[in-house]
Design a protein around this ligand. Structure first.
Ligand SMILES: [Zn+2]
Length: 676
C-alpha cells in the first residue's frame, strides 16, 4: 500500500463519522459524489460532482482528472528519486550520472537564456545553405534521426501480416498542427487557431534574427506547403483502417513507384542497413508528396524544413522560444493559462529519455509483489468472464466463437515492469554541451537502437511500449498482448485495501477494456498470432459491424460543445473497449461474489459501488479549447461521456440504480448496443 493512500485513510478515520469508517472497506469517498443528483439523470455528476467541485482547474492544466492526480503523485515520487541521485557524485557513463546531468540541464533555464538561439543556429544555417534537392533530402534524413518532422515518417515495427517479423514502414506526416482539419476547415474556432499559428511561425523566425518581412514571407510559405500536405493526408478516422494502411512492396518497387525521392540516399543517411521489403502506409500520400517535392521551389522546401527544425526545438531553448511555443500549443490549442512548472517538465524529459532506468528505481520502491499477485488473479478472472460473454452472444456462430476463444486464451499478459530492462550504455549525456544538443543525442540514440534491434530482425515480444511508471495500459494487436504498468496499479484504479466492488469497477474495467481492444472494430481484424487475417464468418462480421454502428451513431450524436459533435467513428474502438470492459468486469465481479458475497454498505449495494468506482476513474475538469482539441485528435471519448455515454448501454447499470424511462439517461433496450 502506498504512503499517500494510507494518509487518506488516516484522515478519513480522523473524521470519525460512520461513513468514513465504511469508506475504508469500499474504497469510495462520499465527498467525491453529489448525492443530490439522480444517478439515472446524470450519473457522472452523481458519482463525481463533489470531486469536480473540489478540483477547479489550476492555470497549468487544460484538463485535470483523477488520472492526473495519480500522475502528479508519481511525478513527485520520481522527482524525489532523481533529486537523490542529483545530490550524489557519479562515475561518468553510469545511469546515475546520465539521470542527474540530464535533470540538471533541464532545470538550468538561466543557461538556456544566455545561449539564446545559439544551440539551433548551426543547423538553421545549414538549411539555408542547402543548394540542391539531394542535399535537402540528406538533411531531412539527418534531422529525422533527431526526431524533427518531415513530409513522411519512417519507423520499424511488426509486419501486420507476418507479425513475428519486423518491417520498415513509411507513413504520412508533415503537419505541425497534427490534423488536416486545422488547415482546411473554416469555422470560426479553426480560423482563430490558424491566425494564432501564423503569429507563432512569424515569432520563431524573428527569434532567429530574421526581419519582419522575411518572417512574414516565410510564414506564408510554411502555411502554403503544410496546407498542400493537408490536402493529400488521410484523416485520423481513415487512418484507423489497418487493411488500408497495409501496402507491402519490395524495396525495388518502392524505388520504381516513387522515383522523385532518392530512397537509397535517404535510408543510407538515416543509417539503415539494406532491406528487401517495406510497407507504405498511405501510397496516395507518398505519391502526392513526391509531386510536392518535385514541384515546390527549393527555397520553399528549405523554409518549410527550417520551420520544422524551429518548432521542434522551441520548447527546449531560451524562455522567449519556450513562451512562443506555450502561447500557441498551450494557450491557444488547449486553453491553458500557465506553462507547466519547470521541475515537472524536467522530470518528464528524464522520464521519456531514460524511461526504463527511472522505471527500475520506481518499481523497486513503489510496486509491491502482492499487488502483482492480485493483479494476475484479476486478469485471469476477467479472461474467464470474457470467455463467458463470448459464449453468451446470440448473434455469433460457433465457428467464430471458437476462434475468439483461441485468441482470448493466447493473450500475452504483462504486469508491473518488464522482465528485462533497456540498456542505455550507448547514450552519452554530456553537461558541457547544451540541453538541446543532449536531447538530440537522445533522439539519435533511440533511433539507432530501433534500427539496430529491429531492421531485418524478429519481433521481441518482451519489449514494453510504455514505461512501468506510466499511468495507463495498452493492448497491442500484433503481439496480442495486454500490458498494465505499475503506475496504474494504484488508487483510484486499484486499492489493495478495498473490496471487489471497487477493484472490479475500476481496474477490472480497465483490464476488460484492454482485452476488448482485441475484439473491437480494429483489433478483431487480427488473429491470435497477431496477424491481420480475417477469422470471422462473413455473417458474423456483418453482425459485428451492424452492432458497432449503433455505438458510433450514438456517440456521433453527442454535443460536446454547443457547436461541436463528438466523432463516433474516430472513438469507436475505445467506446467498444469501454463497453466490453464494463460488461466483462461486471460479469467477473458477479462470479467473484458467488464465493465472496458483499453486503450493502451505507445504503449502496455492491453493484452500485461497482459503477460508482468506474465513474470515479473519469472524474475531471476540462477547458472548452481542450474539448475542441481532443475531439479532433483523441480516439477516446471525453471523461464525461465515458460515463454518461457508456453506461446507458449497460443493462446491469439500469438494474443497479433502477433507471427507468423517466430518467434522462434512459435508452430503450433496442437502442442499446449489444456486443461483448
Ligand atoms: Zn483503449
Amino acid at each position: 500500500m502506498n504512503k499517500r493512500i494510507n494518509l487518506v485513510l488516516i484522515l478519513a478515520v480522523a473524521m470519525t463519522s460512520a461513513f468514513a469508517q465504511i469508506n475504508l472497506k469500499t474504497g469510495l469517498k462520499s465527498e467525491n459524489m453529489d448525492l443530490t443528483q439522480n444517478p439515472g439523470d446524470n450519473f457522472y455528476e452523481y458519482a463525481n460532482g463533489g470531486w469536480v467541485k473540489a478540483h477547479p482547474l489550476s492555470p497549468e492544466y487544460a484538463r485535470f482528472g483523477t488520472f492526473n492526480e495519480l500522475d502528479e503523485l508519481n511525478r513527485k515520487r520520481i522527482k524525489e528519486l532523481i533529486q537523490e541521485l542529483a545530490l550524489e557524485r557519479h562515475e561518468k557513463g553510469s545511469i546515475g550520472q546520465k539521470i542527474a546531468d540530464l535533470f540538471n540541464l533541464a532545470m538550468d533555464s538561466a543557461r538556456r537564456n544566455r545561449e539564446g538561439n545559439t544551440p539551433v543556429m548551426k543547423e538553421y544555417k545549414n538549411i539555408l545553405a542547402i543548394s540542391s534537392r539531394e542535399a535537402w533530402l540528406v538533411n531531412a534524413a539527418l534531422l529525422g534521426r533527431q526526431g524533427v518532422g518531415n513530409f513522411f515518417g519512417v519507423y520499424v515495427g511488426a509486419d501486420d501480416k507476418n507479425s513475428s517479423q519486423n518491417i520498415v514502414n513509411i507513413f504520412q506526416s508533415g503537419l505541425t498542427l497534427g490534423q488536416k482539419d486545422y488547415y482546411l476547415e473554416n469555422d470560426s474556432a479553426t480560423q482563430k487557431i490558424r491566425e494564432a499559428y501564423k503569429k507563432y511561425i512569424v515569432t520563431l523566425f524573428k527569434l532567429m534574427g530574421e526581419s519582419c518581412d522575411v518572417a512574414q514571407a516565410n510564414m506564408e510559405t510554411v502555411l502554403r506547403v503544410e496546407t498542400a500536405v493537408a490536402k493529400i493526408s488521410r484523416s485520423r478516422t481513415e487512418l484507423r483502417d489497418p487493411q488500408k494502411n497495409y501496402n507491402k512492396m519490395t524495396y525495388v518497387e518502392l524505388l520504381q513507384k516513387y522515383p522523385a525521392i532518392d530512397w537509397n540516399l535517404f535510408f543510407r543517411t538515416l543509417g539503415y542497413p539494406a532491406f528487401n521489403e517495406v510497407i507504405v502506409g498511405q501510397p496516395e500520400f507518398i505519391e502526392g508528396v513526391s509531386k510536392l517535392f518535385r514541384e515546390t521551389s527549393l527555397d520553399d522546401l528549405k523554409t518549410y524544413m527550417a520551420f520544422q527544425l524551429l518548432t521542434d526545438a522551441s520548447g527546449l531553448l531560451s524562455d522567449d522560444f519556450r513562451n512562443a511555443n506555450f502561447d500557441f500549443f498551450g494557450r491557444v490549442m488547449s486553453g491553458k493559462e500557465e506553462d507547466t512548472p519547470l521541475w515537472k517538465r524536467s522530470v518528464s524529459v528524464v522520464n521519456s529519455v531514460l524511461g526504463e532506468a527511472v522505471g527500475k528505481m520506481y518499481t523497486e520502491k513503489y510496486f509491491p509483489a502482492a499487488a502483482k499477485e492480485r493483479m494476475t488473479q484479476l486478469v485471469k478472472n476477467l479472461q474467464v468472464a470474457l470467455g463467458e460473454r463470448i459464449d453468451a452472444q446470440k448473434w455469433m456462430s460457433k465457428e467464430t466463437k471458437q476462434r475468439a476463444h483461441e485468441k482470448l486464451s493466447t493473450f500475452y499478459v504483462k504486469i508491473g515492469y518488464p522482465n528485462k530492462w533497456k540498456n542505455y550504455d550507448k547514450l552519452d549525456i554530456d553537461p558541457s554541451l547544451s540541453y538541446y544538443d543532449n536531447l538530440q543525442r537522445a533522439s539519435i540514440f533511440a533511433m539507432e537502437d530501433m534500427i539496430q534491434k529491429k531492421v531485418n530482425k524478429p519481433v521481441d515480444r518482451d519489449e514494453w511500449y510504455m514505461t512501468p511508471q506510466t499511468v495507463n495500459a495498452y493492448y497491442n494487436p500484433t503481439t496480442n498482448e495486454i500490458c498494465f504498468p505499475a503506475g496504474i496499479l494504484q488508487y483510484p484504479f486499484f486499492d489493495m485495501e478495498a473490496d471487489d466492488a471497487f477493484n472490479y469497477g475500476a481496474i477490472g474495467v480497465v483490464i476488460g477494456h484492454e482485452m476488448t481492444h482485441g475484439f473491437d472494430d480494429n483489433g478483431r481484424q487480427y488473429d491470435k498470432d497477431g496477424n491481420l487475417k480475417d477469422w470471422w464468418t462473413p455473417a458474423d462480421a456483418e453482425g459485428f459491424k451492424a452492432r458497432a454502428k449503433v455505438l458510433s451513431d450514438f456517440f456521433s450524436n453527442i454535443n460536446v460543445l454547443p457547436d461541436l459533435k463528438a466523432n463516433g467513428e474516430l472513438t469507436l474502438g475505445e467506446n467498444l473497449a469501454d463497453h466490453g470492459g464494463l460488461n466483462v468486469s461486471f460479469k467477473a465481479f458477479q462470479n467473484a461474489m458467488k464465493s465472496n458475497p458483499l453486503k450493502k454498505v451505507d445504503g449502496l449495494t455492491p453493484e452500485q459501488r461497482f459503477f460508482i468506482a468506474y465513474a470515479g476513474v473519469w472524474a475531471g475538469n476540462i477547458r472548452d479549447e481542450e474539448i475542441r482539441n481532443l475531439t479532433k485528435r483523441d480516439p477516446h471519448a471525453l471523461g464525461l461521456w465515458r460515463v454518461n455515454g457508456a453506461l446507458p448501454h449497460i443493462d446491469a447499470w439500469y438494474k443497479a440504480f433502477n433507471v427507468t424511462k423517466k430518467n434522462k439517461l434512459f435508452l430503450p433496450k433496442e437502442k442499446r448496443v449489444q456486443v461483448w
